[in-house]
Design a protein around this ligand. Structure first.
Ligand SMILES: Cc1cc2nc3c(=O)[nH]c(=O)nc-3n(C[C@H](O)[C@H](O)[C@H](O)COP(=O)(O)OP(=O)(O)OC[C@H]3O[C@@H](n4cnc5c(N)ncnc54)[C@H](O)[C@@H]3O)c2cc1C
Length: 400
């Protein structure tokens, strides 16, 4: 994006603030909310290229999945037992804080529990094996047999499932708008940040509308972070996800969000009967990358085929909306925060890898604490970008 001489000359007056947050999605708005809770006297500006929740935060399925996308046994192997437990607890805290801090009726939170449903026998075995370590680590879960899973979801062909009592679902746009309101931050929509310049005790953000000066900056742009800071392209890459919504199907039969086939398909139903269905990205990996906001007939056909296959009695339903959104994927599947390279007053957060709603509100608390200089904020080590920085060769050989 370029700005002409005339546009530049006609810009609005500069604004100054204590903290400027770039990106008004779940992470930016949660960070603003917790900054206000920590220090209400701060002047916080929330800038977005579009408006509040115009990115992935306003385009998702609204699942509050507990833990990560994968089963607990796999998480324990991949991240180690301690980190798997921490991740679980963070998502649980995230969900509990949404209920205790905010007005959940505003964003239609349904404390329904959730079902993680196996699409293969092998996945079923992993889900079943996850029950005991999950319970040991404090999770309230139950294994559901294939017959009971299909009875409960009125489906056919699924293997077993895990019922997770703390899982939930909500309206993401309503939540993010609520957070923006409650944060008392000044929201600046249609302010795409084109340049970031840090000098001495101040950071300057250039937008086509005005210049913003801030003592500190948080970049909460997720997939879009590398567009402003290309070096961070190593840590966050843009991946597309698609969804559809059907005409209302009444009476409502799905009362829990169902996350199936390792999370590659996800389906839920609203109180009015509307079915929301997303996924199938794994069948189109080459195409489903980048920043293009568009749906594709092939992937959408796969979503409909899934509905026909697993929910045959709902097969003649009319699709009323199809959409896409851009997610930020990290190399290890976990979110990342860190200082922007070469900057002292600018932090960034991203790489939520398709699960930002499950992490976001609690993650925003951590970002607010880090912005305020609490370097020992809980969970900060778990998500720090330093995990991708290799120790110098010499240090490795000494240690081994
Ligand atoms: C189809 C789909 C389904 C999903 N389902 C779920 C789900 O059910 N549960 C779940 O937990 N997660 C889900 N996710 C993932 C979740 O939506 C994201 O992880 C989360 O929204 C990321 O939030 P964010 O605030 O980091 O980023 P975003 O919401 O993407 O916010 C980034 C913001 O930055 C703004 N921005 C970008 N560039 C600039 C710039 N230069 N200047 C100013 N502003 C800028 C954008 O306009 C945007 O508003 C889904 C995602 C998609 C796409």
């Amino acid at each position: 994006m370029t700005v002409s001489f005339w546009q530049q000359r006609a810009r609005e007056p500069d604004l100054a603030c204590d903290v400027a947050i770039v990106g008004a999605g779940i992470i930016g708005c949660s960070t603003a909310y917790w900054l206000h809770r920590l220090r209400p006297s701060l002047r916080v500006l929330l800038l977005d290229a579009g408006q509040v929740a115009s990115g992935a935060s306003g385009r998702n399925a609204g699942f509050l999945i507990q833990g990560t996308a994968t089963d607990y046994v796999t998480d324990q192997k991949k991240y180690g037992p301690e980190r798997a437990k921490e991740l679980w607890h963070l998502t649980r805290e995230n969900r509990d804080l949404l209920v205790s801090e905010l007005r959940p009726e505003v964003f239609h939170l349904e404390a329904s529990g959730s079902m993680t449903v196996a699409g293969t026998r092998e996945e079923d075995e992993r889900l079943r094996a996850s029950v005991s370590p999950m319970r040991y680590d404090g999770a309230s879960v139950a294994y559901v047999t294939a017959a009971d899973t299909n009875r409960r979801l009125r489906s056919q062909g699924f293997f077993g499932a895990l019922y997770v009592s703390s899982g939930a679902m909500l309206d993401s746009v309503a939540l993010v708008r609520h957070l923006a309101d409650e944060s008392k931050a000044e929201v600046l929509p249609h302010h795409p940040v084109l340049e970031l310049d840090e000098r001495a005790d101040q950071v300057t953000l250039e937008t086509p509308v005005r210049r913003v000066r801030a003592a500190q900056v948080v970049l909460a742009m997720n997939a879009y972070t590398p567009k402003l800071v290309p070096e961070l392209g190593k840590m966050v890459r843009p991946v597309r996800a698609q969804m559809l919504a059907t005409a209302p199907l009444l009476p409502r039969w799905l009362h829990v969000p169902a996350y199936t086939h390792e999370g590659y398909f996800y389906i839920r139903q609203l109180v009015d009967g509307t079915v929301l269905l997303g996924g199938a990205r794994h069948l189109h990996r080459v195409k489903e990358v980048g920043y293009k906001d568009e749906t594709t007939p092939d992937l959408q056909a796969d979503l409909e085929a899934y509905l026909h296959h697993y929910f045959p009695q709902r097969a003649d339903v009319q699709v009323v909306r199809r959409w896409s959104g851009v997610m930020g994927f990290s190399p290890d599947g976990l979110p990342i925060w860190g200082p922007v390279p070469g900057h002292n007053r600018t932090l960034w957060a991203g790489g939520f890898t398709g699960h930002g709603m499950s992490f976001g509100f609690r993650f925003g608390m951590m970002m607010a604490e880090l912005t305020m200089g609490y370097t020992h904020a809980e969970y900060a080590d778990l998500f720090a970008s330093t995990r991708f920085i290799k120790p110098p060769r010499q240090a490795v050989s000494k240690a081994s």
